[in-house]
Design a protein around this ligand. Structure first.
Ligand code: GDD
Ligand code: MG
Length: 365
């Protein structure tokens, strides 16, 4: 089966880190988010992925090329942003006119059982079957009002809290019949949630598949950190994971879950973890303490520093005795001088040189 992944949103709530990389390349427990998505799709019988993108496609191409882990990857570029429906129509040629296909939002991580979903889809005669996930507050999502256990009677995108009469929301994973192309105009921005699903619901061609497993919607930094924690716990529950070529001094303590990628160097007397993900080529000097944080590749952390609940972008350089506290985000290529404290919740934009401590939440542009 072919799968179309919608990957063209601007990820505005992950700025400034999303200014320089698409959301699908954000590392989660040491691997770009899209690798986790591909892994699940491959397990579930998908053999070809079409990435619908509208910016920074080159970065995705550089990483995934035209084949990744045995799966063929193709790229469909929006000429102008086409929303969530337009890219499906635009990829009609690549998806082929005959087979049932999968479409999904590119900002969710799940273990959705696509094979079971496909089986359920075939039993109902639906044009679209949507994976549904149960949440407390459905108002940030698309909400499915059920006619019975399976059929969706009405689909309401982002209702007001008082209007959300169901806690089953659109999990952003769809099985679609090629007939869906007839419901999407070509060449313009179309929202499947607002313009297509409501019509299919009226025609009794929209069905739901209730999914009870793990589901992460990566919208804001909190979601991103949370997903990273959960994936770390899953793959490195009790044992630290250390990649090839990484050197950790014997006096340094690793507290799992912790994932350290390739060619990282960690000096003496550091304490790393729990809930830490460190990407390739990072250097951490002696006596530093890192917990609940994500370090992107090639960052350098000076000695006697302490980083807690923060994100450090690519090629960041920090001096000695630097402290990053709760919710701080230091973007790519920033340098931070010795003895500086940042946080809680300080956001530093790319290429800044930080020479003063900032102890209150603020954004430095
Ligand atoms: N190619 C392309 N072009 N992709 C796009 C565009 C575009 O113009 N606009 C958005 N996308 C992609 C985004 O990258 C994302 O992966 C997906 O489409 C959904 O868009 P979001 O902007 O993230 O929508 P949302 O999070 O507000 O709501 C959607 O997801 C919820 C679940 O997380 C809706 O589908 C809701 O109904 C759903 O509950
Ligand atoms: Mg989203």
């Amino acid at each position: 089966m072919k799968a179309l992944i919608l990957a063209g949103g601007y990820a505005t709530r992950l700025r400034p880190l999303s200014c320089t990389r698409p959301k699908l390349l954000f590392p989660i427990a040491g691997r770009p988010m899209l690798e986790w998505i591909i892994e699940n799709l491959a397990k579930e019988g998908v053999d070809e992925i079409i990435l619908a993108v509208n910016y920074m496609a080159d970065l995705l191409r550089k990483h995934f090329k035209s084949r990744f882990n045995g799966i063929r990857i193709r790229y469909s570029i929006d000429p102008t942003p086409l929303g969530t429906g337009g890219p499906i129509k635009q990829a009609q040629g690549l998806l082929g006119g005959k087979g049932t296909f999968l479409a999904m939002n590119g900002d969710i991580l799940s273990e959705a059982p696509i094979k079971s979903m496909l089986k359920a889809h075939r039993e109902t005669g639906a044009i679209v079957t949507i994976a549904l996930h149960k949440v407390e507050d459905p108002s940030r999502f698309g909400v499915a009002k059920m006619a019975n256990r399976k059929r969706i009677e009405a689909f309401i995108e982002k209702p007001r809290k008082s209007d959300a009469r169901s806690s089953w929301i659109n999990a952003g994973i769809y099985i679609m019949e090629p007939r869906v192309f007839n419901y999407i105009d070509a060449g313009r921005k179309v929202s499947v949630e607002r313009e297509v699903f409501p019509i299919l619901a009226k025609r009794e061609k929209l069905y739901g598949f209730k999914y009870y497993g793990p589901w992460f919607d990566i919208g804001k930094f909190e979601d991103y950190m949370n997903a990273n924690h959960k994936f770390l716990a899953r793959i490195s529950g009790r044992t630290p994971m250390v990649g090839n070529g990484t050197k950790v001094r014997r006096s340094t303590q690793l507290i799992p879950p912790v994932v350290i990628n390739r060619k990282v160097e960690i000096g003496d007397d550091c304490v790393i973890g729990p809930y830490v993900a460190i990407d390739d080529h990072v250097e951490i000097e002696r006596g530093s303490r890192i917990a609940r944080s994500i370090l992107f590749q090639e960052s350098k952390i000076g000695e006697l520093s302490s980083i807690d609940s923060s994100i450090v972008g690519e090629h960041v350089v920090t001096g000695r005795n630097v402290k990053l506290r709760g919710g701080t985000i230091v973007s790519d290529y920033v340098s931070v001088r010795d003895n500086i404290t940042l946080g809680p919740r300080v956001i530093i934009c790319p290429y800044k040189e930080v020479d003063q401590s900032i102890l209150k939440p603020m954004s430095v542009k």
